[in-house]
Design a protein around this ligand. Structure first.
Ligand SMILES: Cc1cc2nc3c(=O)[nH]c(=O)nc-3n(C[C@H](O)[C@H](O)[C@H](O)COP(=O)(O)OP(=O)(O)OC[C@H]3O[C@@H](n4cnc5c(N)ncnc54)[C@H](O)[C@@H]3O)c2cc1C
Length: 226
């Protein structure tokens, strides 16, 4: 994970209190009129800056490549912010889950839960070194799923496996999940069968798609929504 702080005069008009909202990073293309857009979460905001946490990955993409090579003083176009997708409250208990692309949103959400909130946050990171110290209510148990260790044991979709291992909650559960597209679909199906919840308490979203750029993922996502 690489944190980059964006600031400067252009941010003077940026709305305040936007942590967990998303922005679009804009990458103009020389041979096409349409710029490439990539979606990122505001992890933290001050009066003059926003922090973006980039989950770096091997498959080259404009956003991760830009982040890996960024130098102090570089400029980037930022669109937004878009709406926040907060964990719905109040609820008797909470299940929050996601991978590193959702970790910025999960971090903000955990810090915003009431102090007496109970439940689990299951977070998949690539290695143990990716575990972060997060502010969270004492009874929200954090479960860190280490992808490279799970892969060594040939475990498919470790996030789903850990969600399946959770105890059954009674009362009103608030669910918030964001991760890779195919994984999200499996987790959504499983949780839908296990919990019968009002729509507002059941948020699942895909943040990226294995083998596909964000533009292709957008198409898959919209087909899935239909
Ligand atoms: C609402 C929202 C908020 C998001 N917030 C964040 C955030 O705060 N931090 C963050 O890191 N990401 C976040 N994402 C995910 C991010 O937008 C995608 O990972 C995006 O595809 C990255 O763009 P890229 O230019 O690096 O790669 P692309 O050009 O989109 O894709 C190139 C290749 O990289 C692969 N790829 C993309 N992302 C990953 C990944 N994480 N791991 C492995 N392979 C990958 C693709 O499958 C493709 O093969 C968010 C997505 C959404 C929808």
């Amino acid at each position: 994970m690489l944190r980059i702080t964006l600031g400067g005069a252009a941010l003077a008009d940026f709305p305040t209190e936007q942590a967990s909202a998303y922005v679009k990073l804009v990458f103009p293309q020389t041979n096409s009129s349409r710029p490439l857009l990539r979606t990122y979460t505001i992890r933290h905001q001050t009066a003059h800056s926003i922090d973006i946490d980039f989950a770096l990955h091997d498959a080259k993409g404009p956003a991760s490549s830009w982040a890996m090579n960024a130098q102090v003083g570089d400029c980037i176009l930022v669109g937004g912010p878009g709406p926040k997708r907060l964990v719905t409250q109040p609820a008797d208990n909470f299940i929050i889950a996601g991978d590193m692309t959702a970790l910025p949103a999960i971090s903000v959400n955990l810090a915003m839960l009431p102090l007496n909130a109970t439940g689990f946050a299951i977070i998949e990171v690539t290695t143990r070194a990716d575990i972060q110290t997060l502010e969270h209510p004492a009874n929200m148990k954090l479960i860190w799923v280490i992808a490279n260790e799970e892969a060594a044991q040939n475990r498919d979709n470790p996030l789903l496996a850990h969600i399946k291992a959770l105890p059954q909650f009674s009362g009103l559960t608030s669910i918030w999940v964001a991760c890779e597209f195919n994984g999200m679909k499996l987790i959504r199906k499983y949780l839908k069968e296990r919990y019968d919840l009002p729509k507002a308490y059941f948020y699942t979203s895909s943040y990226w798609q294995k083998g596909h750029s964000e533009d292709e993922h957008k198409v898959a996502k919209s087909n899935d929504t239909e």
